[in-house]
Design a binder for this molecule. Structure first.
Ligand SMILES: Nc1ncnc2c1ncn2[C@@H]1O[C@H](COP(=O)(O)OP(=O)(O)OP(=O)(O)O)[C@@H](O)[C@H]1O
Ligand SMILES: [Mg+2]
Length: 293
């Protein structure tokens, strides 16, 4: 993508994700160096890299958990790099969904409570959050009979799907997944992977998934590799095995309240006025200029 195309993408997609010249170092050691990434709403990016290359750090920067030493991070029109602690917490509650490798669910409360709790922390009433939780759990194929079950009694794959439902309750603009399938067997990995990669299209969010596994990276619109602090785009590859279409692997349609009504197959509520620009994510190591607001 040329510089002028990047400029256009960045200014035309203020509701997406934009990293400009991002630098992060720990104890004087550079971990992320001059990173530039643009991801349009409704698109997914997989970032691969060996252990210790900075994948989780990158997600923390996007999630407002780590402030970059320099550079800017824009998510859904919000200058994440400038947020103070309070605003960063509000930003995470309103605009970020996070799925961790281990799920990070509270083991001694039910699946429904785990999801609802995230909604309450995001500002919903318990009644709203609870109703939304039940609907989201259904959409990730956690049947009603499991909604009240203690989370520690669920299988690994079920817990992974509950974690996805929990990440969606705030209708996030950006969904961050850190090795989300790392603890699953091959079959469940495929299932959760298909679920995750279907979400940008059904909810309009941006998905950034980090993994060291090329098989997991395959379903993304774009794949990048993080090495020596730099991101490089991977050339498009034929999948090793044909990925199952989202509808067949996860028959229930994800009906998370969409951030982008034109993207959702069955929106429950719409968010009018949010711009929609079809296309794939745009990634580059060339620095784009500041976003136009
Ligand atoms: N808060 C911190 N303080 C100091 N060093 C840190 C901190 N967070 C991360 N690092 C260092 O930054 C580097 C990148 O860490 P990071 O967790 O982002 O790697 P990763 O690519 O996610 O690795 P893995 O695949 O093992 O999860 C590592 O060398 C790590 O030790
Ligand atoms: Mg990590």
């Amino acid at each position: 993508m040329s510089r002028s195309e990047l400029v256009e993408a960045a200014s035309a997609h203020p509701s997406g994700l934009l990293l400009q010249d991002v630098n992060v170092s720990f104890n004087g050691r550079a971990v992320l160096r001059e990173l530039n990434v643009v991801v349009e709403p409704g698109c997914s990016v997989a970032v691969m890299g060996r252990s210790g290359t900075g994948k989780s750090t990158l997600l923390s920067v996007i999630g407002g958990l780590i402030r970059p030493d320099s550079g800017s991070v824009w998510v859904d029109g919000e200058p994440v790099h400038q947020l103070n602690r309070t605003d960063a917490a509000r930003y995470r509650a309103q605009k970020v969904g996070i799925v961790f490798q281990s799920g990070e669910l509270l083991p001694d409360i039910s699946a429904e409570e785990n999801v609802a709790l995230a909604g309450v922390l995001g500002g919903k009433t318990y009644a709203q959050a609870s109703a939304e939780s039940a609907r989201l759990l259904e959409s990730v194929e956690i049947g009603k009979d499991l909604h009240g079950q203690l989370t520690r009694e669920l299988s690994g794959g079920e817990q992974a799907r509950v974690a996805v439902a929990r990440a969606l309750i705030g209708q996030p603009a950006v969904l961050l997944a850190d090795e989300p399938t790392g603890s699953l067997d091959a079959e469940l990995r495929q299932e959760v992977q298909t679920l995750l990669y279907g979400l940008p299209r059904s909810t309009g969010c941006c998905l950034v998934l980090v993994t060291h596994d090329p098989l997991v990276a395959q379903g993304a619109d774009k794949t990048m590799t993080l090495s020596n602090g730099k991101l490089a785009e991977q050339p498009a590859q034929e999948p090793l095995a044909a990925p199952a279409p989202a509808a067949s692997a996860t028959p229930a349609t994800i009906t998370a309240q969409t951030r982008d009504p034109t993207r959702a197959s069955q929106p429950v509520l719409s968010t009018p006025g949010r711009p929609f620009h079809p296309g794939t994510s745009s990634l580059s190591t060339n620095p784009p200029p500041p976003p136009v607001r």
